[in-house]
Design a protein around this ligand. Sequence first.
Ligand SMILES: *Cc1c(COP(=O)(O)O)cnc(C)c1O
Length: 469
Amino acid sequence: MTDEAAQPAQPAHARMHSVSPETQDIVDLVLDYSRRRILATDTPLDHAASPSELRRLAGTTIGEEGLGSRRALAVFEHVLAPACITTDHPQYLSFIPSAPSKAAIAFDLVVSASALYGGSWMEGAGAVHAENEVLAWLAAEFGLPEGAGGVFVQGGTIGNLSALVAARDDARSRREAAGLASRPEGGWVVVCSAEAHSSVASAARVMDVDVIPVTADEGGVLRPDGVRAALEEHGERVFAVVATGGSTNFGVVDDIAGIAELKRDFEFWLHVDGAYGLTAMLSPLGRPHFGGVEGADSVIVDPHKWLFAPYDVCALIYRDPDTGRQAHTQHAEYLDVLTDQAHYDPSDYSIQLTRRPRGLPLWFSLATYGAAAYREAVTHSLALARQIADEIRRRPGLRLVREPQLSVVVFERDGWEREDYDRWSDRLLEEQRAFVVPSSHAGRPNTRFAIVNPLTTFEQLVAILDSMG
Ligand SMILES: *Cc1c(COP(=O)(O)O)cnc(C)c1O
């Protein structure tokens, strides 16, 4: 503690909140670290460590007396942070990477510093206004009608769940209005591709509804004929159809236009899960895959995936936000002062109440750089995926598992078993050259590049292919 004797006496418990030399020191330390990390160009990929190793290196950090900020930050910087993979590294190509823009990362500090509450207009009008401008901009990009809107939630899993809860609520209300039992005989079902993201099944479990998986075609695309058959078979039990706008494994987009057309013959809520892929609509290279999105009742897209925002954020957009509000508004005596007003309260549109305005880093970044910079960055990844796919096609011994539509490229090495991929992947990370993990399709092992970072280059990807021998 600095200069304790010179301080006016203050109660010990106020130390954490008062502005003092100690506080200034803490803030300087943390901001200095943040500045270094944001501006560094050589942050290594790093890798996980074992629990025992971390226990040994970090020691006991929580006790009745604090360590002080210097020691605590040193533990973070030298022990904990190096045991976390650098997800915004250009050679992080697994799962779906993260590639937050510098403006978005920096502004995330501002959101924290300002103690903003994003749940209600009364408390966070300015923040909510900016978030809503971003949601309206996204909705227009996706071809949704004016008035479409929603809320930024934690991630795609919560976004899908919230959208499906709204869908069921909508179906239930229509049944009740028609004088029917609120629940159809046999219970509710949601129809989706057998290749849909696991979060759809997870949402269904939470909601206690059944999933009807429909087999996708050879290329992984969910086609309307299969959906039609499911709608005919399950009739009024179907409250929603989920189309995937860019599957996580392959970046494949379902036939959204064909599925949307089925609304002429059947009544269902169309939800487009575009957590990873919907961002591709910003680019002329991606947009042609997404006909029909304009017919969706709800969509999600994760800015922490391909819209260059830090973790964790999902944009959940309803065609008619009222449907979301009907389903999600929480009622309680202490909330009446909010719910009695006609203001736009983001908490009314998803299953969460308290929220930070997690859309603000994206807002600041978009406002700073402009939408054109986003389009270019997305186009870069789409073009790079095509270029490296050409290279893979050209190389003897390598084979594309599927033709890439967006920025995920899945490929196999002739003769390799799972162990070969494992050994190769471990070595790449050990040598801190790349983070590329094995995957599989139809029981066969493969590997994949998921490209969202504008700093990823063709040469880096070629070097990874070379390392496969
Ligand atoms: C990543 C992803 C999700 C889940 O999103 P989280 O933000 O990880 O919860 C859902 N659907 C698709 C298609 C995804 O790619």
